[in-house]
Design a protein around this ligand. Structure first.
Ligand code: HEC
Length: 116
């Protein structure tokens, strides 16, 4: 029969093994709040290439965004959180950091006019 000491060592070893993936997590979570990926998954259906398939004038190109007052991450994040017209709210589907990341991405892309 194994001594208590050996069992304890094995247990500690297992706990350490279990914890390793947790330390590897930050890289993973960075990936999960990648604005470009979030945009592809949640927004591109209507806003492919910064357009708008439902209301053409309300696209994400620089000129429309400036005209409609979406010139900061905060104003975009607000719209994404609460929705507007035919665009639904994402406040209960995306986390706050995700909304932040996707809004930063949209602002950056609009300033480049979606030229890749
Ligand atoms: C079901 C289609 C649909 C999806 C999906 C969608 N939107 Fe929209 N979006 C719209 C519509 C429609 C409008 C115009 C709203 C209005 O002002 O009446 C709009 C407007 C916008 C605007 C303002 C554009 C302007 O020039 O006024 C931004 C920014 C925006 N959406 C970002 C996003 C982001 C980011 C996502 C993903 C998290 C997203 N949208 C997902 C349909 C969609």
């Amino acid at each position: 029969m194994m001594s208590k000491k050996v069992v304890q060592i094995i247990l500690v070893f297992m706990v350490v093994l279990f914890l390793i993936p947790l330390f590897a997590m930050p890289g993973l979570t960075d990936e999960m709040v990648d604005g470009a990926q979030l945009f592809e998954a949640n927004c591109a259906g209507c806003h492919v290439n910064g357009g708008n398939i439902i209301r053409r004038g309300k696209n994400l190109k620089r000129r429309a965004m400036e005209k409609h007052g979406y010139t900061s991450v905060e104003t975009i994040a607000d719209l994404v959180t609460y929705g507007k017209g035919n665009m639904s709210a994402y406040g209960d589907r995306l986390t706050a950091p995700e909304i932040q990341a996707v809004s930063e991405y949209v602002l950056q892309q609009s300033q480049k006019n979606w030229q890749s």
